[in-house]
Design a protein around this ligand. Structure first.
Ligand code: ZN
Length: 145
């Protein structure tokens, strides 16, 4: 079922991540520290190695791909909501090599930052909470209070 509602921008946090940190875990930690449980994130930069997921719709499981090489973060887009009462960052990345060839997918822990500049925008409004979705097998948003 399609569900949506308006949100209001509260504040924007902008910064850079430290070399060697885990990209997803660091963004999640910043959300917790900045009390952002509803928002969006964008970032660019480079990684030392990456781990991205592909959701297999037939088996309803994530297949993870390890890219053990330096790559550019051509684009990272994501959102922040609540899962199990904690801020949860859901992000997808496009990563490129020296030839411009791109890989991409669902950002997973295990992606190590070389350099990364991010912008996090916090929204005000009732939480978007993730919970099991029978139709897809994914932890999707439910906006029922
Ligand atoms: Zn995803």
């Amino acid at each position: 079922m399609t569900q949506f509602r308006p949100v209001k921008s509260r504040e924007i946090v902008m910064g850079k991540l430290s070399c060697g940190c885990d990209l997803l875990e660091e963004l999640t930690g910043i959300c917790a520290e900045s009390e952002i449980s509803l928002g969006r994130v964008e970032a660019l930069g480079a990684v030392q190695k990456a781990r991205v997921g592909f959701y297999n719709q037939e088996t309803r499981t994530y297949e993870f791909h390890e890219l053990d090489r330096s790559l550019e973060i051509a684009s990272l887009v994501g959102n922040v909501s609540l899962k199990d009462g904690k801020p949860f960052v859901h992000a997808h990345v496009t990563l490129t090599d020296e030839t411009g060839k791109a890989w991409g997918g669902h950002l997973a822990p295990g992606t190590v930052v070389f350099a990364c500049e991010f912008i996090l925008e916090a929204f005000d409004g009732p939480a978007f909470k993730r919970g099991p979705d029978e139709e897809t097998g994914l932890p999707l948003w439910s906006m029922k209070e």
